[in-house]
Design a protein around this ligand. Structure first.
Ligand code: ZN
Length: 443
């Protein structure tokens, strides 16, 4: 069983990590780890044991990587139903850390780490940051929230292990964040992309030009964001923006991250095995097909996750990245299978609204979707902030902008929505994740 813990923090030099291992050798390692984690979960997690028994499967039935499809899925509801410690595979004396992820409804979920789990987590963050071109000597401002949320501490340990200087600002207090970025000569920032948008706005108000700072990398995650948002961020600052992916149920940030080719996110699949399945049927789909990402943790000891349904929609990209890494890449998460809005029977994703807005000159990348129901009919209003110049301009310019936005949204969404232009910086700015949708419809 200890073979699953071969990777320790000290092994993270690019020459030692398995990112470049030839594929056949790599698949052998993955099969051994899959067999080990299935055996571990079967021995120590009652729910998993009973689900295998229902299917008449034993750990010995896993003879190839494809056999993973025989195993039952784990859902977010399983974590809630077994709250707080029902899915732990280690005794509490071996658990060194607990994190809690707040859900939108009901009980939160609890995730646990042994000392070895924290080391694996640290090692994958090192690989993420190294892939972004960061190294010893960089000054990393970590503006992910510290505490029960996995973002802050996850990124923190990895950045320290990389040898960087960490400035643990956590979230909030934008003025101080900007002061430290400037005064400390910070070279990299980790935060949610919407929080960085907030910093861009605030810096402009404070008369600080983020394009003149030595910032060279932004590692943005914890929520989906778009290519248009990348262009906006990179045009307003000196940094190169990287997408990092992760979720508490699997480990926290560090499941996957872009390299400097920005051509998908490399998944550290020696620890997190990805599958894409049809969200409706659960049937496995081949690389290159879009579907729901399902992840299995190979090395998690405290709380192994077998075939965890992330609800994130993406695809595994065929072919190898130009950077030379052999580990697979996934496309950027554009949407989730469960944040879909149904408006008058039409499926609408907030990301579609965002990409339509970002194509139109004169708007800021801040918007809110308000859903109401009038006489049984769903109504959707999109409130969009416009640039101060645009608002001070003649009324005709605003009317023209309104028409262009209306046209773009009608075209993208296929339904008529109400567009409202609001003054810059009047929509609520989030410190963490963006609240894009306000649903006032009652059943
Ligand atoms: Zn690459």
């Amino acid at each position: 069983m200890n073979s699953i813990l071969e990777t320790s923090v000290t092994d993270c030099h690019p020459a030692n990590v398995p990112d470049y291992t030839p594929l056949p050798q790599f698949r052998d390692l993955q099969l051994k780890r899959l067999q080990a984690v299935v055996t571990r979960a079967w021995r120590h997690v009652k729910l998993f044991q009973s689900r295998l028994a229902e299917r008449g499967i034993a750990p010995d039935d896993i003879r190839s990587l494809d056999d993973i499809a025989k195993l039952p899925f784990t859902e977010k509801s399983d974590l809630r139903d077994t709250y707080p410690f029902g899915l732990f595979a280690s005794p509490m004396k071996d658990v060194v850390r607990l994190h809690v992820s707040s859900g939108t409804t009901g009980k939160p979920i609890v995730v646990a780490y042994t000392k070895e789990d924290v080391e694996v987590w640290t090692s994958v963050i090192v690989r993420c940051l190294a892939g972004c071109g960061l190294h010893r000597g960089d000054i990393v401002q970590n503006a992910y929230g510290y505490g029960l949320f996995t973002g802050g501490l996850g990124a923190h340990y990895g950045a320290e292990a990389l040898g960087a200087t960490v400035v643990p600002t956590s979230g909030g207090n934008a003025d101080r964040q900007i002061m430290l970025l400037k005064d400390f000569g910070v070279t990299a920032i980790c935060c949610t992309p919407t929080y960085f948008l907030h910093l861009i706005d605030r810096a402009a108000e404070m008369g600080v030009d983020l394009r003149e700072l030595p910032l060279r990398a932004g590692v943005f995650g914890a929520e989906p964001w778009t290519e248009s948002m990348r262009r906006h961020i990179e045009s307003k600052s000196s940094l190169e923006a990287f997408d990092i992916y992760g979720l508490s149920e699997i480990i926290g940030p560090g499941v996957a991250c872009e390299c400097r080719r920005h051509n998908g996110l490399h998944i550290f699949e020696d620890h997190f095995y990805p599958e894409i399945v049809d969200p409706a049927t659960g049937a496995p789909l081949p690389d290159g097909s879009e579907g729901e990402l399902v992840l299995t943790t190979f090395s998690k000891l405290a709380m192994p996750m077998i075939r965890y349904r992330t609800r994130d929609i993406t695809m595994l990209l065929p072919g190898q990245c130009e950077c030379g890494r052999t580990i697979r890449r996934m496309g950027r998460i554009g949407r989730r299978s469960d944040d879909m809005l149904i408006i008058r029977g039409i499926n609408v994703f907030p990301s579609q609204v965002e990409s339509a807005l970002l194509q139109i000159e004169g708007t800021l990348p801040n918007y809110q979707i308000i859903l109401t129901r009038e006489q049984g009919l769903d109504q959707m209003e999109v409130q969009v902030e416009v640039t101060p110049q645009m608002f001070n301009d003649k009324i005709g310019a605003l009317q023209g902008l309104h028409e262009r936005l209306q046209g773009a949204l009608d075209h993208v969404l296929g339904i008529r929505v109400k567009v409202a232009l609001v003054e810059a910086y009047t929509l609520e700015r989030s410190q963490g994740k963006a609240k894009r949708v306000i649903d006032r419809r009652t059943a």
